[in-house]
Design a binder for this molecule. Structure first.
Ligand code: ZN
Ligand code: ZN
Length: 231
């Protein structure tokens, strides 16, 4: 089983203002412009309902994701896109930051990763209605919409700060593509799903990937295909 730290090259974070410090902050992206040397396989997605996130809600998201991933990745479709809803799980109290009633997103990621049991071919996306947070850039316990390792095998997405129902598949896709190794949008295109949130929820403006991000994604996918052929 791979050790978590071996393949974490970055942590990709969506921020929303909500911290008592008040200042919006940038994510810690840009930790390298080159593609990861050895991205994990990322074509099988497990949606894992956490706490009171229902199986039915996860199933609705699954249908939307399958549809949208097909649209986003055109004209080159996914080699193998498979999305399924996994078993429900409670978030342990050990993940809770009681002073703000928020759950540490990093602890949730670690938990999801450890449950893989060495199966790096599945990306697990934890889904929660609870508030999640992380500490970054000097801000302790900063409220966020999602967190993922880049690349990695786990993400967590929270609906707590989402304003629109349509935001959910968009945030989930953003985090999943980070898991595949895709960084934030270099063009900073406001319509691109991979644009850095910079503390604001602008997902209502986003409907797909810009050409640059599509190209980067194709490079990652080509690398994966090569990897398959060589083994
Ligand atoms: Zn991001
Ligand atoms: Zn882009």
């Amino acid at each position: 089983m791979k050790k978590l730290l071996l393949f974490i090259t970055g942590i990709s974070i969506l921020f929303l203002a909500g911290c008592s410090h008040g200042n919006q902050s940038h994510g810690n992206e840009g930790m390298g412009d080159s593609l990861p040397a050895d991205p994990p396989l990322g074509y099988v997605i497990e949606l894992k309902p956490l706490g009171n996130f229902s199986h039915q809600e996860a199933e609705q998201l699954r249908e939307e994701l399958v549809k949208q991933l097909g649209i986003i990745t055109k004209p080159k479709a996914w080699v193998e896109a498979s999305v399924f809803v996994g078993d429900k799980k409670e978030i342990p109290d050990s993940c809770l930051y009681k002073p703000r009633n928020r759950y540490w997103a990093g602890k949730i990621l670690k938990m999801l990763h450890e449950e893989h049991g060495g199966n790096d071919e599945i990306v697990t996306i934890g889904l929660t209605h609870r508030d999640i947070s992380t500490s970054i850039h000097g801000h302790c316990n900063y409220g966020i919409m999602g967190l993922s390792f880049r690349p990695g095998d786990a993400c967590v997405v929270s609906t707590f700060r989402l304003k629109r129902k349509d935001d959910l598949w968009k945030v989930t896709t953003h985090e999943f593509l980070h898991s595949c190794g895709l960084p934030h949008c270099k063009k900073n295109d406001p319509k691109c799903l991979m644009q850095d949130a910079h503390g604001k929820n602008t997902f209502y403006m986003k409907h797909g990937l810009c050409e640059d991000c599509k190209k980067s994604l194709r490079m990652i996918m080509t690398h994966q295909e090569t990897k398959y052929q060589n083994t």
